[in-house]
Design a protein around this ligand. Structure first.
Ligand SMILES: [Zn+2]
Length: 185
C-alpha cells in the first residue's frame, strides 16, 4: 500500500514537471512567434531625422545613433529618411531604414572600407534583437532576422537580386558601397 502510494506520488511529480516544462517551452515559442509576426506597432515617423529634413521612427533613430556612435571614424556618410520615389516599397520614406556608407557613394568598398562595412553589417546582425532590425543588405547579400535560411549559403544571408528595383551589379544597387538596415517599427 505504502509502496503504491509512493509510485503514484512519484508519477504525479513527474507529470507536474513535464507539464511545467511543456508550458515554459510553449509560452516562450508563442511569444517568439508573436514577436516575429506582429511586433509592437510603430509609433510612426515622429522623430527628426538627423540626416535630412525628414523623419524617422524612434527605433530607427536609436539604431542610427548606435551605429554612428560606434563607427563614427569609419563612416563617410549616413542617410535615413528619403523620398525614394523610384521604390514605393522602400522603408526609407517611412523612416524605418538607414544607409551607412563606409566608402564613397557609387564606389565598390575595398580594403579598410570593406572591412568597416562588414563590421557594421555584423554589428547590426549581432544586435538585431536589441535594435529591432528587420533585415540588412550588404555586398550583394540580404540577411533577414529570424529567417529560416538566414545563415545558409556562405553564412551571411542570401544573395540579393535587387528586388526588381535595383541593378544588383551596380555599386549602390547591389549595396557594395553602403550597408542598408531596415528596422521593424
Ligand atoms: Zn537603403
Amino acid at each position: 500500500m505504502r509502496t503504491s502510494r509512493r509510485v503514484v506520488l512519484a508519477l504525479l511529480a513527474v507529470l507536474l514537471l513535464v507539464g511545467a516544462a511543456v508550458a515554459v517551452v510553449r509560452f516562450e515559442a508563442v511569444d517568439r512567434i508573436r514577436e516575429r509576426v506582429a511586433p509592437e506597432p510603430s509609433p510612426g515617423c515622429i522623430a527628426d531625422d538627423p540626416t535630412s529634413s525628414g523623419c524617422v521612427t524612434p527605433a530607427t533613430l536609436a539604431a542610427y545613433e548606435a551605429v554612428t556612435a560606434r563607427f563614427a571614424g569609419g563612416l563617410v556618410e549616413s542617410t535615413c529618411w528619403s523620398e525614394h520615389a523610384w521604390n514605393p516599397s522602400s522603408d526609407h520614406p517611412e523612416g524605418r531604414a538607414c544607409d551607412f556608407f563606409p566608402t564613397r557613394y557609387g564606389t565598390f568598398a575595398t580594403g579598410d572600407d570593406l572591412t568597416e562595412g562588414w563590421a557594421i553589417a555584423q554589428y547590426l546582425r549581432d544586435e538585431a534583437a536589441e535594435l529591432d532590425v528587420r533585415y540588412v543588405i550588404w555586398q550583394g547579400r540580404i540577411w533577414y532576422r529570424g529567417a529560416f535560411f538566414a545563415d545558409a549559403d556562405g553564412g551571411w544571408g542570401r544573395p540579393y537580386d535587387g528586388g526588381g528595383v535595383y541593378d544588383a551589379e551596380d555599386a549602390t544597387g547591389g549595396h557594395y558601397d553602403h550597408v542598408h538596415v531596415s528596422i521593424r517599427r
